[in-house]
Design a protein around this ligand. Structure first.
Ligand code: ATP
Ligand code: MG
Ligand code: MG
Ligand code: MG
Length: 481
């Protein structure tokens, strides 16, 4: 099955089960200050779980554009290093708002994965919540019993609170979850080590694909747990991982979601993709990073979040600069090139996400100009980095700040460069230097107010050729490199 057919099969399956198919919410979260990017399918339905809004349909399914690069879920450092974590990915989901519960949710997960999609039942594992008696949360024996209809006892495992209990926050709706894992290893490897020992072990070949959350409790302010008046189901399945399983690949990058992009990178750069994850296979890693980050940047721009100097915009810029540097150092790309990948991305994904097609030209222009401006200082910044003196293998905060301020190196890029050379960065020192500059700038801005213009007292600093502002871009100072 192609990726397009797989996405369709998921949605069709739940439509047959009387679910209403809804569009993905934007990947950028404009109205929720607590969450910059959509990081799970349930984000757009939060109000239903809180009881603040009544859904017009109790069963819903979709594919949701997600991004995990900040806050509670930050997978950025894994991207390119493993074959299962992306910055931007699609989360397939089905929901019950006060309608069906554990029985149907588990039955349908099983039916879809095995009967409909043909996954070998012998390769599947399920985890259920082991309970937390000290907090008054019971073991999820219900879910376990439902799984035992399909799976033998030794493939229904207990999981801890970190993996198998979901909470919206300190208080509010919460509940146990059950996760489905697939053992993708060879028969010999499976005979040697049982998959049950490798569930939740990253890179082991046993891959988590689907999380089914059962929202049944309400955590009160005093810490006690009550039952919710209505019980809900919230599921999320990684689309790229599902494609990897169904196409029998070892990594999402080997599925037809990514191979057209990787081929285009090969064509543009003259490097070959070898699919290696060895630490010294730098160009393979760089190709994965570029392919992944291109999607993240293109999708966020399409949803209205441009790269910028503060907030979500700076996150997008950081991702893009990370990719540009990988291209520069390991794929010999000294000129903008990522924007040239857009036609392939649009060809592959534009039918499922027409917002990409509609804005293709604008997205290309923005990516190209971001690439160009960073490339102007990248070479000098890398030379400066190579010449830095370190104490005890640590780059001091002032130097990290100089790289940021003068050469536009986000701190996570400096950290990455440091890691590649076995060094660390004094990030506390970096933050102090950054704060000092903000304070200076605020004082300067205050001085200028009487003279010629009214300026905000929000801290904002011009860094090299671009702007940094925590609170929305209000420019106060220019300083050219
Ligand atoms: P993992 O343990 O692999 O990091 P998770 O437990 O953090 O995944 P969930 O929050 O349970 O993930 O999200 C539901 C599903 O979304 C996962 O089972 C997985 O298939 C998929 N998923 C999660 N994070 C990513 C990611 N960074 N890239 C691609 N798919 C992901
Ligand atoms: Mg995770
Ligand atoms: Mg997990
Ligand atoms: Mg999970």
């Amino acid at each position: 099955m192609t990726a397009t057919e797989i996405r369709r099969a998921f949605l069709d399956f739940f439509r047959e089960k009387d679910h209403k198919l809804v569009p993905s919410a934007p990947i950028v979260n404009k109205d929720d200050p607590s969450l910059m990017f959509t990081n799970a399918g349930m984000n757009q339905f939060k109000d239903y779980f809180l009881g603040d809004r009544v859904p017009d349909k109790r069963r819903v399914a979709d594919t949701q554009k997600c991004m995990r690069v900040s806050g509670k879920h930050n997978d950025l450092d894994d991207v390119g290093r493993d074959g299962t974590h992306h910055t931007m990915f699609e989360m397939l989901g089905n929901w019950s708002f006060g309608d069906y519960f554990k029985d149907e949710a588990i039955a349908w997960s099983w039916e879809l994965l095995t009967d409909r999609l043909g996954i070998d039942p012998d390769r599947l594992y399920a985890t259920v919540f082991e309970g937390a008696p000290e907090e008054g949360i019971p073991v999820d024996d219900e879910a376990r019993q439902f799984w035992l209809r399909y799976l033998p006892e030794d493939r229904v495992l207990y999981g801890n609170k970190k993996d198998n209990f979901w909470e919206m926050g300190e208080t509010g709706p919460c509940g146990p979850c059950t996760e489905i894992h697939v053992d993708l290893r060879s028969d010999e490897a499976r005979a040697a080590t049982p998959g049950r020992e490798l569930v939740n072990v990253d890179g082991s070949g046993v891959v988590e694909i689907w999380n089914n959350v059962f929202i049944q409790f309400n955590r009160r302010a005093d810490g006690s747990l009550g039952n919710l008046p209505e019980r809900h189901v919230d599921t999320g399945m990684g689309f790229e991982r599902l494609c990897m399983v169904l196409q029998q690949k070892d990594a999402t990058y080997d599925t037809d979601i990514f191979t057209p992009i990787l081929s285009e990178i090969e064509r543009l750069t003259g490097h070959r993709y070898g699919g290696s994850y060895a630490p010294d296979a730098k160009s393979d890693m760089a190709m994965r990073v570029v392919a992944d980050h291109l999607r993240a940047v293109a999708f966020t721009i399409a949803d209205g979040q441009l790269p910028g100097s503060g907030g979500a915009g700076y996150v997008v810029r950081r991702i893009l600069r990370r990719a540009v540097r990988y291209g520069y150092s390991f794929l010999d790309q000294k000129e903008p090139f990522m924007y040239k990948l857009m036609p392939v991305l649009v060809r592959e994904m534009g039918h499922a996400f027409p917002e990409l097609t509609r804005q293709q030209e604008q997205i290309e222009r923005i990516i190209q100009s971001e690439e160009r401006s960073f490339l102007q200082t990248l070479e000098n910044g890398l030379q400066r980095f190579a010449a830095l003196e370190t104490t005890d293998g640590t780059i001091n905060g002032r130097d990290a700040f100089e790289l940021y301020d003068t050469f536009g190196f986000p701190i996570d890029l400096t950290r990455l460069l440091a890691e590649e050379r076995g060094l660390t960065v004094d990030e506390a020192g970096f933050r102090t230097a950054l704060q000092e500059q903000k304070d200076r700038s605020r004082r300067d801005a205050a001085k200028e107010v009487g003279d010629w213009t009214v300026l905000s007292d929000e801290p904002s600093v011009f860094i090299g050729y671009d702007v940094l502002s925590d609170a929305g871009a209000r420019i106060t100072k220019f300083r050219t490199v």
